[in-house]
Design a protein. Structure first.
Length: 394
């Protein structure tokens, strides 16, 4: 305890500001392993690439948990307790020491960081979605937000309202900020997410080999779903749609990325499709690319998306998409996917999947449209848009 107190006291001492000869930008990200994979990827990409678009700027990045060696009294903490201490004790003290002209918090759920930052600095927040807030307001039919998370949610909403500027990853999210939080549209810039360059199709021979390796020789038709088992992702809907598809195409197999949860295990047994569904563990980007590129179609019956990465990633790999059109999804996929307005209409999803799987002309048209569509979602476009905002503000 003495050692922990000594470290915390030392961490609270103010650090010297960075050089004032050039504008300075600090990117603030999540604790590793917390939140979504896409949020961490967003942080890592901007940390590595924004400096290229801002010559003459000092661009740095920080996140909780970095630089903690685990020695002394910290070693006695359990991993969960240590993560809590890293996030809610050490990190606020580090935030108080930081100096920059602009602080950019790269996820709306972390906007509470701003409470501890230098008041003289400009604050920017990226808002990916308002799912937690809309659920708390009763506007989304999802399980209630855990009570222990509510203080962080309320503080984050407060800091989002106070931020000098906001980046929204879709027009839909920007409209929600205006409608739900009363934020003037002039304080919001829509900067769509991008397709990382490693998401690309396989050539014909590579695809044939990876298809057998990943899905097995018995998979005549391969349907995939990518996303965590969060209620708004509607993986239960994907399973129900697949069960109906199996009645029409017995050779179909479904592969879901991210582990199975008990509710899904029970449903598989009830539907009698346990032998035809497989769950992958979390995959590296390189491995995920192979799954997309070797599959026949992505099914994505989501109830709500602030952006929706998987359909875009799938299209970049040449995989046709059947998706709901809820929230931002229609904005993302455009006319490059088969979209269904009711994510609970599993019969229509099954029919659309059957059409893609059995009609080569439909599948080929969707592949071509998808590859053309993703050309609008480039990293360079996003970097240029963000850099323009920074330069106007500073």
């Amino acid at each position: 305890r003495t050692e922990v107190r000594r470290r915390l006291k030392s961490a609270s001492r103010p650090s010297l500001p960075i050089s004032t000869e050039m504008p300075s930008l600090m990117l603030l990200g999540p604790y590793p392993g917390n939140g979504s994979v896409s949020t961490w990827n967003y942080f890592e990409f901007l940390s590595g690439r924004l400096g290229e678009s801002l010559p003459g700027w000092a661009v740095r990045s920080e996140h909780p948990g970095a630089g903690v060696d685990g020695s002394g009294g910290v070693r006695a903490l359990s991993p969960r307790s240590r993560a809590w201490a890293d996030n809610y004790v050490r990190w606020p003290l580090r935030l108080r020491r930081m100096r920059a002209d602009i602080f950019h918090v790269l996820d709306h759920g972390l906007a509470w960081y701003d409470r501890f930052l230098d008041r003289r600095a400009v604050k920017i927040v990226t808002v990916h979605d308002l799912i937690a807030y809309l659920t708390w307001k009763g506007e989304l039919p999802l399980p209630p937000v855990p009570r222990l998370r509510l203080p962080i949610l309320f503080e984050s909403v407060t800091q989002i309202r106070r931020a000098r500027h906001l980046f929204a990853v879709s027009r839909h999210t920007a409209d929600c900020l205006v409608r739900c939080l009363g934020i003037p549209s002039g304080r919001i810039s829509v900067v769509h997410n991008w397709v990382p360059p490693y998401f690309r199709p396989l050539d014909q021979s590579e695809r044939a080999a990876e298809r057998v390796s990943l899905f097995g020789p018995e998979a005549e038709y391969v349907v995939i779903h990518v996303g965590k088992p969060n209620p708004y992702k509607n993986r239960i809907g994907a399973l129900r749609a697949f069960a109906l598809l199996r009645q029409r195409l017995p050779g179909a197999r479904l592969f879901l990325v991210q582990p199975m949860v008990p509710e899904e295990r029970q449903l598989l047994a009830e539907l009698g499709i346990s032998n035809f569904v497989r769950f992958f563990p979390p995959l590296s980007p390189e491995r995920l690319r192979l799954v997309y590129a070797a599959a026949d179609v992505l099914v994505f019956p989501s109830l709500y998306e602030g952006f929706g990465w998987p359909p875009l990633e799938a299209m970049a790999c040449g995989c046709p998409v059947v998706s709901s059109d809820r929230a931002s999804l229609a904005e993302v996929v455009g006319d490059a996917a088969i979209t269904i307005d009711d994510p609970h209409d599993y019969s229509r999803f099954a029919a659309a999947l059957e059409r893609v799987l059995t009609d080569p002309a439909t599948a080929g048209d969707l592949r071509a449209r998808g590859l053309a569509r993703v050309a609008s979602f480039t990293p360079e476009r996003a970097l240029a848009a963000m850099s323009s905002v920074y330069e106007q503000i500073c």
